[in-house]
Design a protein around this ligand. Structure first.
Ligand SMILES: [Zn+2]
Length: 250
């Protein structure tokens, strides 16, 4: 886990924890000191544009740390698309390639998604357009080979540590499921409404990277189906946490 935390995050958490030493101070002084500590820490973190302070309920106690490993995901049949848990530890096999991928878009913006995702995606984009918001799909299904190339490229450009935080190693990407899209535009609209169409942000700022294993990605949405997306959203947990608690422990 620690290897995924950038130093500003670690420093920020330490300074937020520091007032523990001040518990013997008088209440007013303590309040002032805590406000100062928080003011110093929060802008530093938000300025990075990387880390959101934890928001929402506590993570499930049994949630494992974000270890780099290559264990096969336990629910990885094509019909398990809504419950397959992928993170830095669990992965799909290289030959996981859903049989029902269809082409979406046209021209250079073409990508592929599982067929049942497409009507929901189009309905969501249309609803956004009706609200005056323009949303574009920039990425959909990625094969194991493609993800390997994406990861390799990032390692070469920015180094191994950066790549592991911001991109999944091959086999670990939700894009290989064929149910996940990267979207451009309408970030606020999507954060509000995507769940109604069955899509959820996999790595929300308030819970990433500490409980999702990756840095916040406000553009990355995975399709869970409308009922499951509504349940996950209502829980306040990230999809990884929810899947771990509801699916993996059964
Ligand atoms: Zn993505």
């Amino acid at each position: 886990m620690a290897r995924h935390l950038p130093s500003p995050y670690v420093r920020g958490m330490q300074s937020l924890n520091m007032p523990r030493a001040l518990l013997t101070a008088r209440p007013l002084a303590l309040a002032v000191l805590m406000a100062v500590a928080a003011a110093a820490a929060v802008p530093a973190l938000s300025h990075m544009g990387v880390i959101g302070l934890p928001v929402g309920p506590a993570a499930p106690p049994s949630l494992p740390d974000c270890l780099d490993a290559d264990l096969p995901a336990s629910r990885s049949a094509y019909d398990d698309w809504a419950t397959t848990l992928l993170d830095t530890t669990y992965r799909l096999s290289p030959d996981y390639q859903p049989p029902d991928l269809v082409v979406v878009g046209h021209g250079p913006a073409t990508t592929r998604l599982r067929a049942f995702v497409v009507p929901e995606l189009l309905a969501m984009i249309e609803a956004a357009r009706a609200d005056g918001v323009s949303i574009r799909v920039t990425s959909g299904h990625r094969s194991h080979e493609r993800q390997a190339a994406v990861f390799e490229e990032l390692v070469n450009e920015r180094g191994e540590e950066h790549a592991r935080r911001w991109a999944a190693r091959p086999g670990h990407s939700e894009h290989q499921l064929g149910t996940t899209v990267d979207l451009q535009g309408g970030a606020d609209w999507l954060a509000q409404h995507a769940w109604r169409f069955g899509f959820l942000m996999s790595y929300p700022a308030g819970r990433s990277p500490q409980w999702t294993c990756y840095g916040p990605e406000p553009w990355h949405y995975r399709y869970f189906g409308r009922d499951r997306a509504a349940a996950i959203r209502a829980s306040g947990l990230s999809p990884r946490e929810w899947l771990w608690e509801r699916e993996m422990r059964r």
